[in-house]
Design a protein around this ligand. Structure first.
Ligand SMILES: Nc1ncnc2c1ncn2[C@@H]1O[C@H](COP(=O)(O)OP(=O)(O)O)[C@@H](O)[C@H]1O
Ligand SMILES: [Mg+2]
Length: 261
């Protein structure tokens, strides 16, 4: 059983996309997988075309479990076979509680421990703004994957992330992988950013592995508009089908190379 975070102190770099695909990859291999959305935008539901589960009911948020109004199973929302999501209502409020009451932190850790008995992998999806909830979940994580957008802003996000770990006394050696996202073959900027990232990573997080970059692919946006995951078996128009097959193949190759146990 492993607790895994994808993190970056910058929005729009692909954290939710990557964590969703990774979670679905493991689920499709028969593992039991849970994703806790620590982002109250709950965008992970969108990746699977299940936004309706966010709005359909208002008594099955993570907060209800924390408060003891819901049972462990009540807040699990199944989006694919073996793949469950938990939604949050208001992470700022929850974080404030975690800051004020030590007991709340113990509740989070007890909940995670109980889920760990049932799930093979538990993932945390974070908002770009960090708070006490972020710290608690990063502390609980066995492995952290830092997603870095391949442009100058993205690289700044990597620096801020390292700084954030240091400032909040979070173990930098939890960072197992650094995953560059948004590579474009014939453009100069992403290539320069990638070179720079490799340099910076070896300096600040020497034990982390910089993974091969994921390319900038319009099929990702297209699939997400329709609520189709990279690992869904669907039939698409020929051009999209080819792009999706290619994406699935690339991601499978990448994810198989990871060791997150
Ligand atoms: N490799 C990629 N190629 C093209 N678009 C991507 C790629 N990765 C992510 N995106 C798109 O970028 C946007 C932000 O991604 P998201 O996963 O929500 O980022 P975050 O969770 O870091 O805010 C989404 O519209 C997503 O479809
Ligand atoms: Mg996100």
């Amino acid at each position: 059983m492993s607790l895994i975070s994808t993190f970056c102190k910058k929005g729009g770099v692909g954290k939710t996309t990557i964590i969703s695909y990774l979670a679905h990859f493991y689920a499709s291999q028969g593992k039991k997988v849970l994703v806790l959305s620590a982002d109250d935008q709950n965008s992970v539901f969108k990746i699977f075309g299940k936004e309706d589960l966010v709005t359909e009911r208002n008594d099955d948020y993570f907060e209800f479990l924390m408060a003891g109004y819901a049972e462990m199973g009540d807040v699990l929302l199944e989006v694919r076979e073996n793949l469950y999501l938990i939604k949050t209502l208001n992470t700022d409020k929850l974080s404030l509680k975690l800051t004020l009451e030590r007991a709340q932190e113990k509740v989070v850790n007890r909940i995670l421990k109980e889920y760990a008995e049932y799930f093979d992998y538990i993932f945390f999806d974070f908002p770009p703004s960090s708070s006490r909830l972020t710290e608690v979940l990063l502390d609980a994580s066995d492995h952290v994957i830092i997603v870095v957008g391949l442009d100058s802003l993205g690289l700044g996000g990597f620096f801020n992330t390292i700084q954030y770990f240091i400032d909040n006394d979070i173990d930098l050696s939890k960072i197992k992988y650094i995953l560059p996202n948004g590579y474009a073959k014939n453009k100069r900027a992403p290539k320069l950013s990638l070179d720079k990232l490799q340099e910076e990573a070896s300096e600040y997080t020497s034990s982390a592995i910089v993974l091969p970059a994921i390319s900038d692919k319009s099929i990702i946006k297209n699939l997400q508009t329709e609520g189709i995951s990279a690992f869904d078996k669907v039939e698409l128009p020929p051009y999209d089908q080819k792009a999706k097959d290619q994406l699935e193949k690339e991601l499978t190759h990448l994810f198989k190379s990871l060791n997150l146990d």
